[in-house]
Design a protein around this ligand. Structure first.
Ligand code: F6P
Length: 345
């Protein structure tokens, strides 16, 4: 078979492990592997490289993606569908494997409906894709956030300060929740539930009154007190998939820090963890998960399981419908938020 692969959307640690998994399993299975560059942009522009065992040697240890990435949306490009079909036919592909989150896989699903043989692999540090227990990249990001919060404890305690830490997650707060629990945050705020800044201030003041004279507030970038929304939305741009690019304007971390400082006597600082959460080398979990997903994607291609995504269910990697994965975003369930809340203050 001739298998094409591409990586779209924000990068995530583990992408290179999937690329290596697909290439090694593909070549050992007698297939030809072509890597399109910069996500859907490469498929639109017929921009590709041939992948072989030498090119992917040991890359599972490296973060980022050797194929580069972009947030190109072919359905926003004139004749985008026709251009991708032309590339697919000109290259003589039998299958295209897309490594991405909701947006990239949403495009893959539409292309599948148009008759192309596509397979998805679930990537995103946000862990917000349905139909898989975890996406690769999430574990690495959580470990980084945990370490950052743990480090902030000592400086916050020394200066008797509140430190508000802004964590990635526009629509789902998985990283803030897992990182916040593991790194000992005293308040965790997620996009899944609107918060009330006065209540946050009360929790912090009560903590100080008990003699615990410092605090870490973990806030997901999409978490919101509706009264503070105006500060955020006016300054942010939108990407090709219509998402507000929260990293381009003033963020909730800074706004909340200012509000806490105004409404209380507590000395407050804020930290935006930003893109370091997506950087660096993948954790062992993400290296292994990426490898397994890549191998499974080639097996699925051999079995003709198109319009499907390789997914982690329990400890098994299985094929699920792409439609199931991109239909609804997987947000943090209420019982997990309740568990986190037990440790607030
Ligand atoms: O989807 C991954 C993610 O890192 C989000 O958590 C974040 O909101 C967004 O990408 C940032 O996108 P960009 O890299 O385009 O600024």
């Amino acid at each position: 078979m001739h298998i094409g692969i591409l990586t779209g959307g924000g990068d995530a640690p583990g992408l290179n492990a999937v690329i290596r998994g697909i290439t090694v399993r593909g070549i050992r299975g007698g297939h030809e592997i072509t890597g399109f560059l910069r996500g859907w942009k490469g498929a639109l522009e017929n921009d590709w490289i041939k992948l072989d065992l030498d090119k992917v040697r040991d890359i599972h240890m490296q973060g980022g993606t050797m194929l580069f990435s972009s947030r190109t949306n072919p359905f926003r490009v004139e004749n985008g569908m026709e251009k991708i079909r032309a590339t697919y036919e000109e290259r003589g592909l039998d299958c295209l494997i897309a490594l991405g989150g909701e947006d990239t896989l949403g495009v893959a699903e539409k292309l599948g409906a148009e008759g192309l043989s596509v397979i998805g692999v679930p990537k995103t540090i946000d862990n917000d894709l349905s139909a898989t227990d975890f996406t690769f990249g999430f574990d690495t990001a959580v470990n980084y956030v945990m370490t950052a919060l743990e480090m902030l404890h000592t400086t916050a305690r020394s200066h008797e300060r509140v430190v508000v830490v802004e964590i990635m997650g526009r629509h789902a707060g998985w990283i803030a929740l897992y990182g916040g629990i593991a790194g000992g945050a005293h308040v965790i705020l997620l996009p899944e539930e609107e918060f009330d800044t006065d209540e946050v201030c009360r929790t912090l003041e009560e903590r100080y009154a008990k003699g615990e004279r410092y605090a870490i507030v973990a806030v997901a970038e999409g978490a919101m007190d509706p009264d503070l929304k105006r500060h955020i939305m006016h300054s942010a741009e939108k990407d090709a998939f219509g998402h507000v690019m929260l990293g381009t304007g003033i963020g909730i971390g800074e706004v909340l820090k200012n509000e806490i400082a105004d409404r209380t006597d507590l000395e407050t600082r804020h930290v935006v963890l930003g893109h370091v959460q997506r950087g660096g080398s993948p954790s062992a979990f993400d290296r292994v998960l990426g490898t397994r997903l890549g191998v499974k994607a080639v097996e699925m291609a051999e079995e003709g399981l198109f319009g499907k995504m390789a997914a982690l269910r329990g400890n098994e990697v299985v094929a699920v419908d792409l439609g199931e994965a991109v239909g609804t975003l997987k947000t943090v369930p209420g019982d997990l938020i309740d568990t986190a809340r037990l440790f607030f203050g």
